[in-house]
Ligand binder design. Sequence first.
Ligand code: MIC
Ligand code: SF4
Length: 642
Amino acid sequence: MGLNLTQKIIREHLISGEMIPGKEISIRIDQTLTQDSTGTMAYLQFEAMGIPRVKTKKSVAYIDHNTLQTGFENADDHKYIQTVAAKYGIYFSKPGNGICHQVHLERFGVPGMTLLGSDSHTPTGGGLGMLAIGAGGLDVAVAMGGGPYYLMMPKVCCVNLRGRLKPWVSAKDIILEILRILTVKGGVGKVMEYTGEGVKTLSVPERATITNMGAELGATTSIFPSDEITREFLKAQGREEDWRELLPDEDAEYDEEIEIDLSSLEPLVAQPHSPDNVVKVSEIAGLKVDQVAIGSCTNSSYADMMKVAAILKGKTVHPDVSLVIAPGSKQVLTMLAQNGALADMVAAGARILESACGPCIGMGQAPASNAVSLRTFNRNFEGRSGTRSAKVYLVSPEVAAASALKGYLTDPRELGEAPTVEMPDRFLVNDNLIIAPAPEGNNVEVVRGPNIKPFPVNTELKEKVEGKVLIKLGDNITTDHIMPSNAKLLPFRSNVPYLAEFCLTPCDPDFPRRAKENGGGFILGGSNYGQGSSREHAALAPLQLGIKGVIAKSFARIHMANLINSGILPLVLENVEDYEQIDEGDELVLENIREQIKAGSRLTVKNKTKGTEINVLITLSDRQKDIILAGGLLNYTRKGSL
Ligand code: MIC
Ligand code: SF4
């Protein structure tokens, strides 16, 4: 039987386990990336492991999220990361150099390699034919120390692309269409592998837009083959030697298949407040728009920006619209500056932001009350923009630029002929904001600011776990609900005690107080609990508040791993109907839990308030069971089981 591309790369990196979907495997990690909002924690954890130098082929620390410096906190964290990077053998990408995923694609990604990143959009690297996976900081720290990365062997879903996109329709519309079909849960447990003749019509940055937003499907990752187009891209980045051809076998088999006819697609839009709430732009065109934001790791490549500049050239942004543009990297920004496109944007009235995440993670540019904000980003969860009442719509750069001019949501096909943008033969390469690590780490002093506070570490799992249900939540709760991120909170990513005061407050402002008063307890969630980001703060903050377990209909992949790493029990309702039988305030108790976990995966939960019993499943590998019993990954690794 022939292998698909995903299986080929996994086979090359397999350390343990069998490649049977749903079974735990472990793989060798070639490269890691961190960004600053998850990075401080990842490096604190790495330091706690006591390993003198990273053991990966390449590890890079980016500063791109916390670049709004309204106090000392962010700058202190940058300094900490820079000195840690120098000491332990990690490349450091300075603030201003760009968004981690965009820069990694340009300067570091290598087809066929594995990349583990402490950011959920790490799969962007799949655009280059990497097996690029997002994970919690602690998993990345372990990988930096040379430890394997454990995951469930995914199913591989073939996404067969047929035909070619029509003018004004873009890569963003492809992934929006897939989200429309599969929803935000549709990729769970799967790798989305792109094949078919349509692949050849897409450039590497276009492919990366698609693999980037595969994160919104809940997929383990997404991947494109590495072909002549990949070679051209790497050559234009001066890195042709990094290229290698990687294709699925002719007779490759897949667990699932979907087909997308590119020529039938139209400009699409994801409506508030979920990336899968997708309709055609033409269906809701005319919606009045207050803000347009172009950028983020999904849509900030050179070609995206050139298309936007061409649409804006010689025109003026509508008087009622604020247009902000953040080119994805210093490379992109410099090229736009040199060829005049930046001047076209500025002349049209665009507000140029630095090359960073910026408004995508609520770091500035929070919209006005009740505003409609059109964004080329990947997430439109409620409140993520920094304004609770704002309505965020996700669109392509073409739709965004056209709408900024018109003042209302516009189908760009109204504008006449579409701009054509050629991929450059040579990108402008200047890596002067990437600092190589010190050759000898011993002499480097790690600088820690006062904002760095000790993070909570769990204790061994007790025989009996009991407590109240502190909150009952619905489906698709995101990590932005559990641990909100915005300009006020992001600076405290290395201060979990402070962050914990805001845990789940978008759902119930009283939650942290209630949790503390009751000495912790349980969270009850619906399906796909913890979707979205990789931030392990969404597990660490509950841990800080004494949360012992989360009971849910189902969990999102990275969040579940983060709960396990923190020693918090992820409990799946055996019968989803039991959700109705549990209410906030109910007293729950799990007895003989260590024995029960060792014996199998079904646990009994007694509801003392209702006088009932329900079954929950804790479907863990033997290794994960040991982690839970030890009280989290750090305790487990301290016992010498890395
Ligand atoms: C996001 O897009 O939500 C983030 C901010 O990049 C997160 C990481 C974080 O919370 O720091 C992610 O996607 O993992
Ligand atoms: Fe940054 Fe937004 Fe991308 Fe997250 S999704 S890495 S916040 S640009």
